[in-house]
Design a protein around this ligand. Structure first.
Ligand code: GLN
Length: 532
């Protein structure tokens, strides 16, 4: 197993995750099987309880793990499926050390950060890496070198450095090279952060410099000299128009070659699909306008996988999707203002929790349905579509989800009785992969080209089976069903494109392999933009 440890210096938000994922991708392009571990030095056990306002989206894995959004970047860049063990947090590490201590596993010793916590960290890293069966394991240490929280993790990888053979472990440090008002590239922050790293006993093999413009040769030499790395180990990661171009930039910088030599990797076959995808992305012509009607509209990261999925579909369809974030609360006032949605080629309501903005989302869905604007509802977006249909087409006044109105006379969205007992046992949500069987002739079936699908979930409530017949009699169909009982996809066949899904297809979409439903939605938007 080869390990590549990625640390960050100077400040957070440098795009360390994208840089690490890009390193993984360039190695994958050379035929190696690459996996990734993200270390989050916070005390939370996982990201499931974290506000998207603070941390961006909660990414859901196939095994139901609720993790940091960086894992989504790894899955997209490496075209792989990870599990919850690939996200290690301080909380998990301490929790297991403390429970081992209670079981007497430390034989009466004083339990300390070194060696007990660091051993637990190393064990976890090695176990996950081995289990993945990959050739190379990337380990991204969240936070910035010098943060109190990340110390035990840095100490653990320092120990790994002495325990592994030199050809099996590489340290990459991502730093910032700002430019001053004259446009001169400044290396001092990089020098300081490498100094900080050295104080912890770590020596970078490669320095990746985030900068606005490509690194000048003089800057590169200076970093090499002061930070004691080879000049060709100083990599310029200058701003890219799109994150998918970063792997190509750093490859041009010679990083792949350097890594292959350093880790003594045997050359394998070359995969050019990423290059082809980027070329296709640059050739996109024309655009369509999409309104995303949601709650966390101020922080685009809270819908990162959705925007990425739209991009994947757009690249495949050859036209850009221009997204506008529309605050659902705008239409809460009896649906007034929804007519402003007429200028869009499509409307999307993403997943969400809680009552805020619900009536506005229902008003937006109503507008899409009545005006035949392509509509795509994800999870909550499907639930509001059903509530709207039940109220305004089936005629069930006061229809609602029991999440928003526990006393609703027509609880069209509810917790299923069998789920209630699971929830009582502490599993609060239906998470991760579940399959669905699709209906012949539906948009879903046409999109997937396959009767059996598996998608990821994160929800508590579902379509109440008691209302299915009534809803279907009025022109909405359930075209995807799990276990004969859970409605996974809803469509209105009469409409040009009106699809809601209970799952989150955005978690499985990949550059070059868009999610089928996203692709059909973008195609429908393109059709509408051409005809209007
Ligand atoms: N709040 C809804 C539920 O729990 C929808 C969840 C979601 O959109 N992820 O079922």
């Amino acid at each position: 197993m080869k390990y590549i440890i990625v640390t960050g210096g100077v400040m957070s938000g440098l795009g360390k995750g994208i840089t690490a994922a890009s390193i993984g991708r360039i190695l994958k392009n050379k035929g190696y099987d690459v996996t990734a571990i993200k270390i989050d030095p916070y005390i939370n056990i996982d990201a499931g309880t974290m506000s998207p306002f603070q941390h961006g989206e909660v990414f859901v894995l196939k095994d139901g793990g609720e993790v940091d959004l960086d894992l989504g970047n790894y899955e997209r860049f490496l075209d792989t499926e990870l599990t919850r063990e690939h996200n290690i947090t301080t909380g998990q590490v301490y929790q297991s050390v403390i429970s081992k201590e209670r079981l007497g596993e430390y034989l009466g010793k004083t339990v300390q950060i070194i060696p007990h916590i660091t051993n637990e960290i190393k064990e976890r890293i090695r176990r996950v890496a081995e289990k993945s069966g990959a050739d190379i394991c990337l380990i991204e240490i969240g936070g910035t070198v010098g943060d109190i929280e990340s110390m035990p993790f840095l100490e653990a990888v320092r120990q790994m450095h002495r325990e592994e053979e030199q050809k099996d472990i590489a340290f990459v440090h991502v730093t910032l090279v700002p430019s001053d008002s004259q446009g001169d590239q400044k290396t001092k922050p990089t020098q300081h952060s490498v100094k900080e790293l050295r104080q912890l006993g770590l020596t970078p093999d490669i320095i990746v410099s985030r900068c606005k413009e490509p690194l000048l040769e003089a800057t590169r030499s200076k970093i090499a000299l002061f930070c004691d790395v080879k000049e060709d180990a100083v990599i310029s990661a200058h701003d890219a128009e799109d994150i998918y171009e970063v792997p190509l930039y750093i490859e041009e910088e010679g990083l792949t070659r350097y890594m292959i030599d350093m880790l003594e990797l045997v050359e394998k076959s070359e995969d050019r699909s990423w290059h082809d995808m980027v070329a296709k992305m640059k050739e996109m012509k024309g655009s369509v306008k999409l309104a995303i009607v949601g709650k966390y509209i101020d922080l685009e990261d809270s819908y990162l996988s959705i925007t990425e999925s739209l991009k994947h579909a757009a690249i495949e369809c050859g036209a850009k999707v221009v997204m506008s974030w529309v605050d659902a609360e705008k239409f809460c006032n009896g649906g007034t203002g929804a007519e402003q949605l007429s200028e869009y080629d499509g409307i999307l309501v993403p997943g969400g929790f809680g009552e805020r903005g619900i009536e506005g989302k229902i008003a937006a869905v109503k507008y899409a349905r009545e005006n035949d604007i392509p509509y795509f509802g994800l999870c909550l977006g499907m639930q509001v579509a059903i509530i709207e249909f039940a109220r305004n087409v089936v005629g069930l006044d006061g229809a609602n989800s029991t999440e928003f109105d526990p006393e609703s006379p027509h609880p069209v969205i509810d917790i299923l009785p069998e789920q209630k007992s699971v929830i009582d046992m502490g599993a609060t949500m239906r998470l991760g992969d579940y399959d669905a069987v699709l209906k012949e002739g539906s948009i879903a079936m046409e999109s997937y080209g396959n009767k059996n699908i598996v998608e990821r979930h994160r929800h508590r409530y579902e379509v109440n089976p008691n209302f299915i017949e009534q809803i279907e009699d009025n022109g909405m169909i359930f075209s995807g069903v799990n276990n004969g009982r859970r409605m996974e996809i809803a469509e209105i066949p009469e409409h040009s494109f009106y699809v809601g899904c209970q799952f989150h297809p955005e978690f499985k979409s990949r550059p070059g392999k868009p999610s089928p439903l996203f692709k059909s939605f973008v195609e429908a938007m393109i059709d509408r933009s051409k005809s209007s």
